[in-house]
Design a protein around this ligand. Sequence first.
Ligand SMILES: [Zn+2]
Length: 426
Amino acid sequence: MRIYNTLTHDTDPLPPAPGPIRMYFCGPTVYRRVHIGNARPFVISAWLRRWLRETGYDVTLVENITDVNDKIYEAAPGHSAELAARAAAWYIEDTDRLGLGRPDFEPRATETVGQQIALIEELFGRGLAYEAEGDVYFRVGKFPEYGRLSGQRPDQVQEQEPNARKEDPRDFALWKGHKPGEDTWWDSPWGRGRPGWHIECSAMAEMFLGPVFEIHGGGLDLIFPHHENELAQSRGAGREFAKIWMHNGMLEMGGADMHKSLGNDVSLHAALNAWGPETLLLFFMGAHWHSSIDFSDSALESARAQAGRFREAFGGPGVAAPEGEWEQLVAVLDDDFNTAEALALLHKWRSAGYLDLLRRALAVFGLESLTLQREAPPDVVALAERRQAARVAKDFAQSDRLRAEIDEAGWEVRDTAGAFRLVPRE
Ligand SMILES: [Zn+2]
């Protein structure tokens, strides 16, 4: 299998199965419900893990939660820890609804501060860190590779985190001294404070995956400065660190990047309520992971219609597939994990009636539910709609009676936020 690598500008091979394949994906900073753009790396990493396991690899996926950060302090002055805990729970609740399982490890930045401090001390030992009024900075000028990941010449790197305490405008914070009003802090050799965002990921990746690992992922917007800085810290401390850097394209809305700061973001929670997990997954699957993707009603309507076509196919009889069909899926996914081509192939199998192959392939993408459902008859749907209305009116006795009637008709009603799903009973 080959994956496009931002660092080498090439599709680089993975080692042969069983690997291991160790993957670290940057997770969200938790201070509100995550937006649908944050769901994309979560989905891509979960699919990639499922596909690699399907093809015989031993895979470990780590996806962190950043729960200490300026954004969190700003969003809840004096109560940042409570907000971070609540928002982390929302993130887990919302991503659980995608039905793709959890990463193998989901470390929180605040639980690994000891490892982060130890790594900063190593950087001091190598002359790559210096202290300035309670802050600690990375000395970019001492790391000749700096700028390679983001394609910048070392002498022309953009300034980051401007302030007069730094030796060089390119330097970035490893540790930030405590400021009044910040309610979360740790003691360190440099006084009270908290880690910089970048050192958190360098430390967590190494803690769970070791000093070298196969894939580091995240959104394209993380290449600079976040990943450039992670790379500088870890390579600067003598680790090989990530071999392949996998950056997914951004979600757009009406041609502009979806971003919290632009106010055009849609929460994953709201998107799941509006469209359900199958439609969202098919929406993501229809684009190559490195392309940007427009979150438009028409694109989602199309994904929803596709979900319906897959469901319908399982209402009819299947046909045995000829030898070698599965290999076509292997070919497109092993070529830079092209899910868009895989989806086209799945529709071809659907038209041909290759239901066994289709069932197996849909399961890789967390879409098993499409293979289980047949359409509920109209009288059962009507019962479920009456029950939904009773629930909204908080008439739970009536809602329970209607559930029993639906049960007797051979269907199970499952509540999803603001809606329901009818599943045939075994
Ligand atoms: Zn990160």
